[in-house]
Design a protein around this ligand. Sequence first.
Ligand SMILES: O=C(O)CCC(=O)C(=O)O
Length: 287
Amino acid sequence: MHNNYHSHLLNDDQITSFIINGYHIVHPELQTGFNEKICDSLRSMPENPGEHIVEALPAISVVLEHPAVVGALTSLLGSKYVRDPGGHIHMNPPRTRAQPWHQDERFGRGHQDRDIDHVKQLMMMYYPQDVTDDMGPTVLLPGSQRRIAAPETMVTLVNLRGQVFSTLEAGSVLLTHYDIWHAGTGNRSDRVRYMIKFPFSRTEENVEPSWDHDTENIPEVRMRLDSEHPSTLSRNEYETDHGLRVRTWNNMAGSAAMPLRSEAHLGGPWPESGGATTASRRRRDNP
Ligand SMILES: O=C(O)CCC(=O)C(=O)O
């Protein structure tokens, strides 16, 4: 399966969206009945196998090795990416309460030690059944991966402007920047929601983009990195976020790096009334 992932590499626009938002969704084409079989296997497991998911559920390799998944992981983490030890089957049964917002801990690293200007580690979340909004989807805060937050502060937060929910169809694979703020939400339905999570890492720096890059797209990439704000959090300290986004691109893009400073967001016309820039207003008109 690995050999045809090239046609599934992400493009510049998708990489830019990942840098801005901190997540990307893959819809791998899986055989009819595949997701149902995974759900049946999960239901019949006597206990959670912990990190030994692949041994307990060998069919999951079809997802891990699917060209669309390999193409996205290669694009985001480079061609020598690895699956890390760990991973977990998350069973969210009916009538659970929401988790607090959090950033996941990392093997042997403190919560301060995060990749605010790079994509070095990802979390993959595969949902084997449709997830409706009452079934306890995962909630994410786009753009939050560049913000280090103290766990004791995050537990006091509830609804955040710009949050998005993983209400996805069966078989969807959500790839998140490892440091994105997220939480499992309460399951108000009478159905169990399963999600299988695997961590992945970059093992080497890119000399050139590991995705389907075209230099001609750089101005459009730059315009988006300079102007899009997926959540109030990413707008806060705008100049900092802007610099970190460009540094993230540069850290991923190797030879396709761009100058750190752009004159475009420093000068130009005064903002129009209402405070919206041309770019952000265009985004709202064309969601
Ligand atoms: O179950 C979910 O949707 C998210 C679980 C999670 O984020 C966690 O346990 O760290």
